[in-house]
Design a binder for this molecule. Structure first.
Ligand SMILES: [Zn+2]
Length: 450
């Protein structure tokens, strides 16, 4: 049985030390990649496989995982309907994953097969998820397949590939991905607070790597692109496209990035708890996900998957720590219509924000504050934050650089969306960046925030 000490000693995913079974994984990833290539154009095979995998993971979890075993779910569910059984499971929150880490790990898995990833968490409290080797292989196969849909082909002959992730914190590191041809992936750190000399060194490093793909948060890539533009250094001759993730990709940011890097930008959705889940295709009209790898429900008051709501995940692959009905806090809706690219996997609509940032009305319903950024972004504040203290009272915190923005226009933009509420404007020297910076914060009670 796994205990906390063993979890602590478990290998961490994504280190350069791919260990002795590197090649085995690379072979498995190739086989899974081939599977994904064939299945994505045939909906009947996908739906059959969803049902089979859902049943399998649910049965496994109820027998082998203490948390699910102790739920003592009623047995007399329709054995043919995996979805019926799934609907009986309670939702799993991030706090529960934090506090029940060992209880959520399977008894029936050996320590040697395990890897882990930890997130710092939006709240700053770490969250750890343990994976088995097979699920890690699947993460890479799915990531590889998404890239193939965007025009890269993975064969063992494609040697010498270079991908770069641009991060805004942490360490620079390099690894070989267990995809055919073993592309080199380098993580480079680039952020606003680095001294100019350091930024220049990082940029030179990046240009030397001459990546085929640049990957990062939209705001980090935008900053990098602008810096690159000013520096007049030569650009990347091999760059095929840019992929973004980790934050909302706004349409204007996409246009900016496409201008700066002179390639298309595609958005992805994923998290450290699961790996990449969904990615845009060449049509840039929603993010395809593999539903027999990650089953997605949309949680909303209408109980309908077609409406906007919170993304709830069931990981159908990871047996080391099965996440069943895991609440992500991210907002989207599912589009099951066939995409014009030909792929039959369903799509998530572009992400609309995180539920924790939603504002609340007097009647308790929630609304998205992000549309007011259209006006506020244009007014010239160096920084701003709209904080809902309660349904009737908003604090507008702002930092002025050189120009003096029109505060009355800002207040009008806030009231257009929030109604005739009290708006207090507070000038500040600096707004402290949180782990995930947001222009909108609500302190009003929100049932989804926990
Ligand atoms: Zn498509």
């Amino acid at each position: 049985m796994l205990d906390l000490e063993k979890v602590k000693r478990t290998k961490v995913v994504n280190q350069s030390t791919w260990s002795r079974d590197f090649l085995i994984r690379s072979e498995i990833v190739s086989a899974e990649l081939e599977n994904l290539r064939q299945r994505q154009f045939c909906y009947s095979s996908i739906s059959h496989s969803i049902n089979k995998r859902l049943k399998e993971i649910i049965t496994f979890a109820r027998i082998n995982v203490p948390y699910y075993r102790n739920l003592k779910l009623i047995e007399n569910n329709d054995p043919d309907s995996a979805l019926g059984i799934l609907s009986k499971f309670p939702f799993l929150t991030k706090d529960m994953v934090r506090s029940k880490l060992v209880d959520l790990c399977s008894d029936n898995i050996t320590h040697i097969q395990l890897f882990k990833r930890s997130t710092s968490g939006t709240t700053g409290i770490p969250l750890t998820v343990v994976f088995d080797t097979h699920s890690i292989n699947m993460h890479y196969a799915i990531f590889g397949r998404h890239l193939e849909q965007l025009g890269l082909n993975f064969t063992p002959l494609n040697k010498g590939r270079s991908f770069v992730i641009v991060g805004d914190s942490g360490l620079t590191r390099q690894s070989r991905l267990p995809l055919p041809g073993n592309p080199k992936q380098t993580r480079i750190v680039f952020h606003t607070k680095q001294p100019p000399e350091k930024k220049k060194t990082q940029l030179i490093k990046l240009i030397k790597l001459n990546p085929e793909i640049l990957n990062g948060k939209p705001t980090v890539l935008l900053y990098l692109g602008k810096f690159l533009n000013k520096s007049n250094m030569e650009c990347f001759s091999k760059l095929k496209f840019v992929i973004t993730g980790g934050e909302i990709l706004r349409p204007e940011t996409r246009h900016h990035l496409e201008d700066l890097f002179d390639v298309h930008v595609y958005d992805t959705y994923g998290m450290r708890e699961t790996g990449t889940i969904a990615c845009e295709c060449l049509k840039q009209d929603g993010l395809h996900f593999c539903p027999d790898y990650m089953y997605i429900e949309i949680l909303n008051s209408h109980n309908s998957n077609k409406k906007l709501g919170e993304i709830v995940l069931t990981d159908l692959v990871n047996h080391a720590m099965p996440l069943i009905r895991y609440r992500t806090g991210d907002l989207s809706k599912i589009n099951s219509k066939k995409c014009s690219c030909g792929v039959e996997y369903p799509r998530l609509s572009p992400l609309l924000g995180r539920i924790i940032y939603y504002f609340e009305k007097n009647d308790g319903s929630l609304y998205n504050p992000f549309p007011m950024s259209k006006t506020l972004d244009k007014l010239g504040f160096a920084q701003y934050q709209v904080i809902q203290m309660n349904a009737n009272y908003i604090e507008f915190r702002y930092v002025i650089d050189q120009i003096k923005p029109d505060l009355n226009r800002a207040i009008r933009a806030i009231r257009r969306l929030c109604g005739n509420v009290k708006v207090e404007c507070i000038e500040m020297d600096h707004i402290k960046e949180q782990l995930k910076y947001s222009n909108f914060i609500s302190h009003a009670p929100n049932p989804f925030r926990n």
